[in-house]
Design a protein around this ligand. Sequence first.
Ligand code: MSP
Length: 622
Amino acid sequence: MADRFYVTTPIYYINDTPHLGSAYTTIIADILAIWHRMNKDDVFFLTGLDENSIKTVQAAEKAGMNDVRIYADEMTGKWQSAWKALNFTNNDFIRTTDERHKKNVLEFFKKVNAKGDIYKGVYEGLYCDHCEEFKLERECPDGMCPTHMKPLKRIKEENYYFKLSKYRDRILKHIEDNPDFIKPASRRNEIISFLKQGLIDTSISRQHLKWGIEFPLDRSHRFWVWFDALTNYLIPKGYWPAQVQLMGKDIARFHCILWVGMLMSAEQEIPKTMYVHGFFTVNGQRMGKSLGNAIDPVALANKYSIDALRYYVIRDISIGEDGDFSEKALQERLNNEIMANYSNLFYRVTSFIEKNFGGMMPEKGEYGPAENALLEKAGNAVQAYERHMKNLELTRALAATVDLTTEVNRYIQAKEPWKVIKTDQNAAATSLNLAANMLRTVTLLYYPFMPNRCGEGLKALGVKPQWWNVERAIMPPGHRIGSIMLFKKTAEPLTAQPAAAKAAPQTMTSIATIGTMAAKKEPKREEKGIVRSIPLSSKPEEIGKEISEEIETMKGVEKGIRKRKKTAFNEVFISAGADIPKQITMDKKKEEKPEDDLVDNPLSKKKKAAAKPKKPKKQKAK
Ligand code: MSP
């Protein structure tokens, strides 16, 4: 039976259009969803919009729109079309203005209220409209919100409270007993130490609001947006609890403390893992709508491709840490890694096979030490990749794939089949067969990260995007493959770097109302060393340069071969017919034999019958 995999993103505020930070969370969720679909899991990927916020009303006013609902609908259209342009594979898109959501909130509240966990009380404190939360005064000595750098309001209100403090010990125990519950460990430790300082109850209703879900116990109140919004995760029927809930570090406490307390009160299961990622920054400052330094992910995707953008955000920022956005770095990743290390390799191997073997996989002969070493590296890389994906270490999984690609380049570089073909056709065929099968492996590994172009790559190879094909779908001699250049190099001028943000936040705070003590101050980024962009390794770059030069040379060689050598090569080509050794050990579940590992390559117009090298054309006698 398929495993269930339910992944969520936070639902986004609609006071502005999406920026790279919001796209980042959704890219991570999409990668996980695609990888689990490759594993034939029963996947549900939920994202959506958090509309019942004061921010929505303020933004509508600012836009000169009296009808907040019309504003919300317009913004929803913009978010949905951005997500469509980025080709996300979410199964549903929740809006908190949906009737189904309202029903869901009321049902959930009923359970919490029936538990005796709701009471009426008065709270006075500093409030941030942008965070939609009361702040602890000791965290904001200057009266400004440290996240948004906006003045805080002093508010005294009679509200309805949720008895969160009642669940403190259980929440703490759950976190301590389940080391994988909050990831990465640094965030887990922060939450634990926050909880150890004590927890106070949190108000879950607000007075004098015209927008939001009415509070059933008192119609002059509406639900506090967080109590309303968190319940969205329960919408998909039959999928709760989520396997992975993703969020940025600013909203970790809402999810890891408040949401868990709410679920305990309503006697619902606790999600398996809360994954807390870092921020995209611009010149060291958090990228954000209200900070005025937002970067449009769709414009970047249009310029560099969706896949290059996905690759860049995962490769350059180790999930969990902060990273400064740099369009230059994105361009370099595309040109020096994706192109040079992968796309050129793909084109070089497939076009050589197309031209010299009629697009049929060449036969393979005896493996020597180089082939066995490469297979071993591939086996290790695949195992590491699988482990990292399961641990949600996407940056590491991608790095393992890049390193394997570099190894395949090294191999083919050393074997030089385009030269060897003139003297030893069997040897050339063997190295091309292995290289093509390695392309299949790396393309499958890249697929969750770059599903659009790698999807095309897999079609060209005639391989389905299924995880078991990493091991199973060895492309046999005669299997048809097509050639394709997957990416385009770019030399476009840099345009996306925005102006510096309006103000520089110094600290991170969140959900102050649920803590009795001051939240730990976020260390300055330099002190903590949290900016960890992974440097471009010189290896892929060097290899990339060589490859580009070689593609040029190869084109010449190919032409030469076609002119002079084709007959000789094809005549002496002998099928060795040996099997490629098993590369990796896989889970039991995945060992079931799939019925359809390989498919006809839609790029190839040739008929399947001929599993032989291309028949030479008769050379004209001079
Ligand atoms: N509406 C709430 C979430 C409710 S979930 C029940 C919210 N919305 S948000 O639009 O402000 O943020 C949504 C997500 O985007 C958060 O996880 C936040 O951390 C993330 N990001 C916002 N700016 C970001 C960056 N600059 N970088 C990375 N992620 C960022 O909070």
